[in-house]
Design a protein around this ligand. Structure first.
Ligand SMILES: C=C(O[C@@H]1C=C(C(=O)O)C=C[C@H]1O)C(=O)O
Length: 98
């Protein structure tokens, strides 16, 4: 192996270690988020409140798009990602109410 290939392999390994750390942060962060949304779902079921809140979602999406721009992340991707998570949360809330 040339020095350049060895160096490239080291850089790749470092990036992958960072990616693995960040993936763990994402998973734990999502776990924490779902704990709060489960508690919200329980409250909503107890007080007969609707599972979804489109006004709140619109505010969250607008905020996330701004955060994404500041973080150099594609705002459309950030929006789709949040909408994907919120849809899962709403499904959980619907199940609470059944
Ligand atoms: C968690 C809530 O319920 C739903 C899920 C949301 C979310 O995952 O952020 C936001 C709004 C609601 O549609 C809430 O009303 O705050």
């Amino acid at each position: 192996m040339t020095d350049a290939v060895t160096r490239a392999a080291e850089i790749l390994k470092e990036h992958r270690e960072s990616i693995d750390r960040l993936d763990a942060i994402l998973v734990y962060t999502l776990g924490e988020r779902f704990k709060h949304t489960q508690a919200v779902g329980k409250l909503k079921a107890e007080h007969d409140l609707p599972p979804s809140d489109p006004d709140r979602e619109a505010r969250q999406i607008a905020r996330l798009e701004e955060l994404a721009l500041a973080a150099d992340l594609d705002p459309e991707f950030a929006k789709s990602f949040l909408q994907f998570i919120i849809q899962e949360v709403i499904q959980h809330h619907r199940k609470h109410q059944q």
